[in-house]
Write a protein that binds this ligand. Sequence first.
Ligand SMILES: Cc1cc2nc3c(=O)[nH]c(=O)nc-3n(C[C@H](O)[C@H](O)[C@H](O)COP(=O)(O)OP(=O)(O)OC[C@H]3O[C@@H](n4cnc5c(N)ncnc54)[C@H](O)[C@@H]3O)c2cc1C
Length: 409
Amino acid sequence: MSNDRTREISVVVVGGSYAGAAAAKQLAGLSKKYPGLKVTLVDKRTHYFHAVGFPKALVDASYAEKAFLPFENFFAESSGHEFVNEGLAAVVDEHHIELGDGRRVYYDYLVLATGGQAPGPIGVAGRTKDEGVAEIRALREGLEGASSVLVVGGGPVGVEVAGFVAAAYPAKDVTLVHSRDRLLPEQFRIGISNGAVEKLSSLGVKVVLSEKVEIPADFAFASNVGPRVLRGVHSGKEYASDVQILAVGFRVDAEYLAPLEAAVGAPLRTEGAGAIRVRPTLQIDADALPHIFVPGDANSLPGSTKFGFKAEMQGGTAAANIRRLIESGFDAAFKARPDAPAPAVGAWTDYVDLILVPIGPSLGVAQALKVALGGSALGNLLVSQLKAKDFMLGLRRGYYPRPKKAKRD
Ligand SMILES: Cc1cc2nc3c(=O)[nH]c(=O)nc-3n(C[C@H](O)[C@H](O)[C@H](O)COP(=O)(O)OP(=O)(O)OC[C@H]3O[C@@H](n4cnc5c(N)ncnc54)[C@H](O)[C@@H]3O)c2cc1C
């Protein structure tokens, strides 16, 4: 295989959040060795939104403003790499994507890091910072005028949201309904689930387990604010509230793959969930497409991997595998002979066992290295110090530098 270091190489990364930002930054670093390498980062938004900090953004207007970081300066101006603020409309074939404005972009390597969608307003849908801030503000204003709040879903997001709402508005009646018989993901120890119930209760949250409520079909963003009665599917019990916050219903929307599926004659997404099928190397699951990688929430790895820090690690794995392919001259060989065999690349391994769940600014539960800190004061200390203050927003700032001329974004 040819390993001419001056050859033109186009790497396109779609999605600039945890997975995509890590991949794009690492790949851009390769251009010192490969001056012809160009990374194009495509994102439909003007700003990265720090979803991890949503529970704090909901109750703290100044934090909500800070949680949007601009893509504009993702690459240094002189780097030769480019950020394109446009949606991915289609992966047309094994070398082209089409953007929302109709533009076609050629790629030698493609990283699809488009994540998943939580229901609004938890999954902020706004394309610009102003739109995103307005979505969160609308919910906050709804909360301020409400006397009762219903949070549906007792995973980490639901627990954190219920805790922050209860801590910020102690006079409001907050209920958390969860379909399972314990809170938080099942792969973690029962001690943190019990600790979460205890700490939420101490803030006045009513926790209802083993209860699935019916979600009305018209449950759009706007209808989250306003009086509603949701009914328990099995119990028939009615839950009346002034504001409802859904922390369930995560899905992947990768309809842009339909043309590529037609071109290769095989489905590339899982049935139902719509996640993009991947191999342990994070390559898309098709022999003919060894140069397409899918790190992060968009892929078909289990639910236990759907965390920001794991998406970031996967972005690193995708970049490292692309580096291996580039170094072996794979793209040049593939152009000359599309059936050229791809060299071996490495698998991503999920070895990190960590969860930090703040329940309001000063309480929380945690698990690291199989040690669960549920009911303990140490859990409160660890979570409030490591996470609750800024929800690790500081760790993201390095990816998205502010524009130089002190321009407000
Ligand atoms: C409210 C909330 C709280 C969370 N809290 C935590 C936490 O405390 N700790 C933790 O580890 N994880 C947390 N998570 C999970 C974490 O946010 C995700 O696992 C992580 O964001 C996944 O990263 P990603 O890069 O795969 O995708 P995403 O973060 O979903 O990013 C996808 C990117 O792709 C872009 N995009 C999507 N489609 C297109 C398209 N067609 N064209 C162009 N661009 C597109 C989007 O604009 C976005 O920038 C939380 C999630 C939510 C919703």
